[in-house]
Structure formats: C-alpha cells, structure tokens
Design a protein around this ligand. Sequence first.
Ligand code: GDP
Ligand code: MG
Length: 162
Amino acid sequence: MFTVAIIGRPNVGKSTLFNRLCGRRLAIVHDMPGVTRDRREGKASLADLVFRVVDTAGLEEAGPEVLEGRMRQQTDRALSEAHVALMLIDSRAGVTPLDAHFAEILRKAPIPVILVANKCEGGAGKPGFYESYSMGLGDPVPLSAEHGEGLSLLYEALMPIY
Ligand code: GDP
Ligand code: MG
C-alpha cells in the first residue's frame, strides 16, 4: 500500500497530523500487537487518496544528547519503508538548527520529500513559512494540522506522487 511517513523534530505536530489523517479508522489499528511505541501506523484518507501513514514518536522523551541520533534512525527507517515523507516544521518556531540539519539529510533522500509548514493558522506562522524555503526541500505546504487548514494543498502535493 502507498505509504506516507511523517517525520520531524518533537512538537512540530506530527501526531496531530497523523490523527487528522486517520480520523476514526485509527481505533482499528492502534492496538495491533507488534506495533512498537516509537511508531504508529494507520490507514489514512485525503479526499480520494487512501494510504498507510506512519507517525514517528518516542523523541519527546529523548534527551538532547540522544535526540539527533534517534531522529536519524527514525528518519532512515521511514525513508526505507515509505513512498513519500512529510517533513514537518513548526512555522511559529521558524527553522531551527535541528530542522536545518535534517533538511540537509533529506535533500539526498531516495524518495520525494514534501516540506510541511505546520501551525500556519492565523498570521503567526508566516515568517517561518517563508524562512522554510531556505531548507532546499522545494515549496513548503502551509498547514494547520490542529485546525484542519491546508489539507487541500497537501492533497495537491501528494496527488502527483501517489
Ligand atoms: P509531535 O511531537 O511532532 O507529534 O507533535 P504533537 O502532534 O504532539 O503536537 C505538539 C503540540 O503542537 C501540541 O500541543 C499540539 O496541540 C500543537 N499543534 C499541533 N498542530 C498544531 C497546529 O496546526 N497549530 C497549532 N497552533 N498548534 C499545533
Ligand atoms: Mg508525536
């Protein structure tokens, strides 16, 4: 099945987007045995696109000394099993050094990467949204996972790859 991985540093809104894409189908999969705590899978739909989505987690408890290594591991794994990766940033926080570091890795990724500028509702995300062009991952998709805004733009970015 077409697989979409959601990656990015802690607190950018990965799980919020995962929940938004999976909706109530999540209930069917979230208790599956063998699903490790650092990874959640669900069946998602976005208009007429139906796909498997993988959320990466477990970074929240990682201390600063291991965070980068763990993000690297999860990113490598996501890139090896997905057809496309959604790289999220928190537009309100702007592009952090960790975001920039991972963008460098993702520019060489073997699969397409869609840069998603999350937390874009209202005006507070605008500077971060424009700043994210500097990540070299193409045009960012402005989104608000929490408010469900920008999903049609995400659809337009995914559709040609699907
Ligand atoms: P993760 O660590 O990347 O999985 O991030 P979470 O999904 O747990 O979200 C981290 C925090 O950001 C939570 O407090 C969310 O409610 C908040 N958040 C997620 N998406 C948005 C959004 O679109 N706008 C705003 N303002 N906050 C958001
Ligand atoms: Mg999470």
